[in-house]
Design a protein around this ligand. Structure first.
Ligand code: NAG
Length: 411
């Protein structure tokens, strides 16, 4: 279904007049999202310009791998699984199968996508999948303190928290609401922007409402509906269609963050040093949660088995067990201790690529090797072949019957 969605989106994009107008203009550089960029790579080829990726889904490593970065299955958790980089034997098997499964799913999608690109942009476009390998630079949404330490080629820079900023004062209505809680403070609940809280199943919504009513804190909840429609809202809860998340996360009276665990939310929570309760929904949420739990600043709840009791307990635990805030603040210090800010890093490398009209000298030839070549398996096969041949030849020549035969001929 997701595969069909990509093809559908590609069709709509390449049909769009505004997209096609771009082809008449001149650019120095194109910056694409590194998760599934293949449709746009057709445009990049037509324009004949260097391109970069911003890998927003930091745990998705497909385009990193195509650029030649090592992403061994033994230490690279599949982006959609609740695994970390430290896996036991069975987890590694699960991880390898999960990663291969996504790669397999990719094949039919890429075939459909390729035809879509040919239809819209002309049949001289090379295989878009392979165009991936020509990426000049990758801005990776990660950093060892919040994602994992990884071997990266010189044409990759990590820019986690590029958008993070110190908290500004809140609008008056929010500030008044929080002040009303006195010293007990408040918690912040948000399922992000790609999951619409207002679309959640009614039993889950009721469960959250009941839970919030039991808490001794005020609750600020990002919920995309008019308060008039929510008649059962307890007095300690305030909802908002769109809330200034970072200003809230940086607020002195915030006690905990209840989140779906989107990667940017996780980065922001570390940047502001706030403990979290995460309820993963889809995509990379499970992987993000696994990392946050390992780092000790998060508790994770499963939406399938969640109960009001469990949620209350988790919220109390991350607030009252000092370990959670301490670990969040420890990660915060590590995240901020960098030579330059992520934004400065990103600007430097973007301008670098423009200055040199691409960064082809930073590319690794590993990007053009297939799996067998990269791991020297073709050589192993070759040597095995040689050994086999030698053995067969030796057997032939040292065979007593043949030696006997040779001797007889000599006489
Ligand atoms: C990579 O892109 C540049 C700029 O469009 C182009 O000149 C070059 O031929 C491309 N290389 C490959 C191997 O496709």
């Amino acid at each position: 279904m997701i595969a069909n969605l990509f093809v559908f989106i590609c069709d709509a994009t390449l049909e769009d007049k505004e997209t096609l107008d771009l082809l008449g203009r001149k650019f120095d550089l194109m910056i694409l999202d590194g998760a599934f960029p293949e449709c746009a790579l057709g445009l990049v080829y037509r324009l004949g310009v260097p391109f970069m990726y911003i890998n927003t889904v930091g745990f998705y490593t497909g385009t990193m791998s195509l650029a030649g970065n090592p992403v061994p299955y033994s230490t690279t958790p599949a982006f959609y699984r609740p695994l970390t980089d430290d896996m036991n034997f069975f987890e590694r098997i699960y991880n390898t199968i999960s990663t291969l499964f996504i790669d397999l799913l990719y094949i039919p999608t890429m075939v459909c996508l390729q035809h879509m690109v040919w239809r819209h942009l002309g049949s001289d476009i090379p295989i878009v999948w392979n165009l991936n390998r020509n990426v000049s630079f990758i801005l990776q949404n990660g950093q060892a303190s919040v994602t994992y330490p990884r071997p990266l080629l010189p044409n990759v820079a990590e820019i986690a928290c590029i958008h993070c900023k110190p908290a500004a004062p809140l609008p008056k209505d929010l500030e008044d609401f929080i002040a009303g809680a006195g010293e007990s403070g408040f918690i912040y609940v948000s399922m992000g922007s790609s999951v619409k809280a207002a679309n959640m199943p009614d039993h889950l919504r009721k469960l959250l409402v009941q839970t919030f009513a039991r808490l001794p804190y005020r609750v600020l909840w990002k919920y995309e509906a008019s308060p008039a429609l929510l008649t059962d809202l307890p007095a300690n809860v305030k909802i908002g269609r769109w809330l200034p998340q970072q200003d809230i996360l940086g607020h002195r009276k915030l006690r905990a963050f209840v989140t779906h665990g989107g990667l940017l939310s996780m980065f922001e929570t570390v940047y502001h040093g706030v403990p979290v309760v995460t309820m993963p929904v889809f995509c990379d949420h499970d992987a993000n949660a696994a990392k946050a739990v390992t780092d000790g600043y998060a508790l994770q709840l499963d939406l399938e088995t969640i109960t009001s009791e469990r949620l209350v307990r988790a919220i109390h635990k991350v607030i009252h067990d000092p370990k959670y805030r301490r670990e969040a603040m420890r990660r915060q210090v590590l995240l901020k201790d960098q030579r330059s800010t992520p934004l400065e890093t990103a600007i430097y490398w973007t301008e670098y690529v423009i200055r040199h009209n691409g960064a082809y000298h930073l590319q690794s030839p590993a990007r053009n090797l297939n799996f067998l070549q990269y791991y020297c398996l073709d050589q192993v096969l070759f040597f095995l072949g040689v050994v086999y041949l030698l053995r067969a030849l030796t057997r032939l020549y040292l065979n007593p019957r043949i030696i006997q035969l040779g001797k007889e001929k000599l006489h």
